[in-house]
Design a protein around this ligand. Sequence first.
Ligand code: ZN
Length: 243
Amino acid sequence: MFVERHTLATVGVRHAPQVGRILCYHSVEQPEWGVNDLTVERFRQQLDAAFAAGFTFVPASQIAREGGSADQLAITFDDGALSVLTVAAPILRSYDIPFSAFVVSLWCGGEGGPGPTSTMRWDDVIRLAELGAEIGNHSASHADFADLNDDEIADQIGGARDAIERHTGIRTTSFAIPFGQSGNWPPQASVIGRELGYDLIYAQAQQTRPPGTIARTFVTHFDRPRIFRAVLRGRYDRWEEWF
Ligand SMILES: [Zn+2]
């Protein structure tokens, strides 16, 4: 009960009710990311479909803080795949769409994860920020926080925060939960995250996310136009991706 009381008190820093939709991507035209990779054709198709349906794109932090409106979308990328810089960013800039990228600090240093050529390194993260991306924290090693004690949680969040700042000069204020599911985020993680300076903690589905976190809709390899239109209508607001 102590943790529950403490959590609700801490997350009592309420943001406006979230109406705008925040999409979560991983990579574009980088097939080793499997179900989380979209072809360029599919990615462009989705952006065009969103514009055709009357949506406008705003920064994720704007929807997170102000709630946004039903015709607003935001784009985020988890994991720091290299193709966010090399493929997605030029496309998004051509459409003048803002976006955020949440990076895993050890992966940026070439340690662990999907391999050093699959993810951005520190210089790449700096270049991405120079292109206008908001850079956020996605932990030190992409751990499942359900398996961590409080000290380990603080190391994962704070260690990544310090590494990102040391290597890029960027002080991150937003955090995306690794895996992002409700089961990957114990209540005390929100308390620790906020103590470490993160008032924006991004999760997954609107209806299943932990209290105080920000909902995002994950987009997958399989999301042809019919599915993507359903995504935009909220048909996946109870659905959590398991990768
Ligand atoms: Zn991730």
